[in-house]
Design a protein. Structure first.
Length: 152
């Protein structure tokens, strides 16, 4: 796990591979909870019987569910010390190359794409999270996350 404790520690790791998180199994329950929270009840996500004969052969996670898990994976790859405030500033280049089927195991792989100082004694860092699917060549999601960090 990479540890950031000041602006210089962030700037020093541009281009660094952060490794990967532990595997996470995508359950139908997690998919249903996301569907309930967002109102997206499309059958390819929530109807196992119908989805079995659909284009993916099973229910699949919402793309935005897969994307949201980047927020789970980031703190598993990076530890912040002496952080006054961290702000999720946004995302760039979000892609969903492959569906994440129910029961699939996924994990996050991180790469520090860039970092630059920002006004107010902070640093903006872009970390690419690739959501790998066990046994598949294509990932479920690739996203460049943008964070602004302010240290003590």
């Amino acid at each position: 796990m990479l540890r950031f404790n000041n602006i210089d520690s962030v700037l020093a790791v541009v281009g660094q591979d952060l490794g990967h998180t532990d595997w996470l199994t995508i359950s139908q329950s997690r998919i249903q909870q996301f569907a309930d929270a967002t109102g997206d009840q499309q059958w390819i996500h929530v109807d196992p019987q119908r989805a079995a004969s659909g284009p993916f052969g099973a229910c699949v996670a919402h793309g935005f569910l897969t994307l949201s898990l980047a927020n789970k994976f980031l703190p598993e790859l990076i530890e912040y010390q002496r952080l006054k405030m961290g702000v999720n500033y946004g995302c760039e280049k979000v892609r969903f190359p492959a569906p994440v089927r129910v029961g699939a195991r996924i994990r996050g792989r991180g790469l520090v794409v860039s970092a630059e100082p920002v006004k107010g004694d902070g640093v903006q860092v872009i970390v690419r999270i690739t959501v790998e699917i066990e046994g598949q060549e294509k990932p479920g999601c690739v996203v460049d996350t943008i964070s602004r960090l302010y240290f003590e």
